[in-house]
Write a protein that binds this ligand. Structure first.
Ligand code: UD1
Length: 378
């Protein structure tokens, strides 16, 4: 290994960006910086899904953009692998660091391990035990081939050990997503400002608070019957509490394909394009409740003490339910309505912030990597 050989840090999709933003600065920090290069696979692209995030997070422009774009799982994964392999040949990294559970995570981990390059996985060991989720397959496989695994919660460490991963490879370091949340929260705009931008200044009453909604899981949006039922449930809920609903591109397309646009034209429901990270934080911070199927929002609401209703039957982040403010409510309309009414009546879970979700996970990861991969070692 050459002294200058870098750690290649891979991002692909939106939730990867805030995780990597917490790892890159401490890796590069003096006195013993590790050389890093940022590789973007291009799984997510365009201003709303990429550039705005890089700017707000203070991320460097990627050293390489593989520009893979969208496609079926096979096409996207294969395309990332094909485009990543020559990067490895050219850059001769000492390790490849991947985050999360998206297709870019497994594609780059697999490409690297087959070339004998050590793989580092940040956010290892999370399991929903639902193998119909593409992310569950990505998580399981990435963890099996990783050389160093960083976990956000102790249960993830136990799970990795049950799966036969050697304990010395696993480190419980806390949650990098929360590092970035804490760093950028003071810069988040007030909700009124965000709403005024979204409505073009038109009046939209949220005098008694508002809820924040996101939906993008294939299981929730790809089948018109499920999506239709969820949108109807949200429409009814919006009569009790105004709801702001930034639509993921996948969801926007699914709504159009199913001919469900009318369901978004409901009084009290503000359907918007994807928001920037800071605008999302601004809305999140003051929301009365969050309804979501996102993994990141389950964690962010727990860190902020905001009630969260997760519109799924399972979660790979059990700590958000056991210790945090999260409740699994699935997609049944009456269950969602009852849980929401309970929160609006003041019955939300109090929750507590999980161990090591303290804003310093990135520093812990960097310290371990410098000791394990630093110059003269590896
Ligand atoms: C991906 C991740 C998911 C993560 C989510 C966050 C996988 C398997 N899934 O799901 O875990 O929670 O990102 O956003 O990796 N599209 C655009 N613009 C984009 C990206 C996507 O319009 O920048 C549209 C395309 O039509 C695309 C669809 O969204 O086909 C789905 O994109 P894809 O990257 O396949 O998965 P996500 O649903 O975004």
């Amino acid at each position: 290994m050459k002294i200058s050989s870098p750690v290649l840090c891979v991002v692909g999709a939106r939730p990867n960006f805030m995780k990597m933003a917490a790892v890159l600065p401490p890796l590069g920090a003096v006195p013993d910086p590790l050389p890093t290069l940022l590789i973007h696979t291009g799984q997510h692209y365009g201003a709303a899904m990429k550039e705005t995030f890089f700017q707000e997070l203070g991320m460097p422009v990627p050293d390489e953009d593989l520009e893979v774009g969208s496609g079926s799982h096979a096409v996207q994964t294969a395309e990332i692998m094909q485009r990543f392999e020559p990067v490895l040949d050219r850059r001769q990294p000492r390790a490849v660091l991947v985050v999360g559970d998206v297709n870019s995570t497994i594609a780059c981990a697999l490409t690297a391990v087959k070339k004998g390059i050590p793989v580092i996985h940040v956010e290892a060991g999370l399991r929903s035990f639902d193998r119909t989720m593409p992310e569950e397959i990505n998580r399981l496989l990435t963890d099996q081939i990783a050389d160093l695994l960083f976990a956000t919660e102790r249960e993830a460490v136990a799970q990795l050990q049950r799966e036969g991963i050697a304990p010395e490879k696993i480190h419980f370091v806390g949650n990098v997503m929360i590092d970035t949340l804490r760093r950028l929260l003071p810069r988040a705009p007030a909700p009124e400002r965000v709403v005024s931008r979204l409505t073009g200044g038109a009046p939209w009453s949220m005098d008694h608070g508002y809820g924040l909604v996101t939906l993008h899981r294939p299981a929730n949006v790809d089948q018109p019957a499920v999506l239709g039922s969820l949108l109807a449930t949200l429409g009814r809920a919006a009569r009790e509490l105004p709801l702001i609903f930034p639509l993921h591109p996948r969801t926007r397309q699914a709504v159009a394909k199913a001919g469900l646009e009318a369901a978004l034209q409901t009084p009290g429901l503000l359907a918007t394009p994807p928001l920037s990270y800071l605008e999302m934080l601004g809305l999140l911070r003051s929301a009365r409740v969050v309804l979501t199927d996102s993994g990141g929002l389950q964690e962010e609401t727990t860190a902020l003490g905001i009630p969260c209703l997760t519109l799924r039957d399972n979660t790979e982040r059990p700590i958000t339910v056991i210790q945090g403010t999260n409740t699994l409510v699935g997609t049944d309309p009456s269950r969602i309505a009852t849980a929401l009414a309970g929160i609006l009546d003041g019955g939300g879970k109090d929750g507590r912030v999980p161990e090591l979700w303290d804003g310093r996970a990135g520093e812990r990861i960097a310290a371990i990597l410098k000791a394990r991969l630093g110059n003269g070692r590896g």
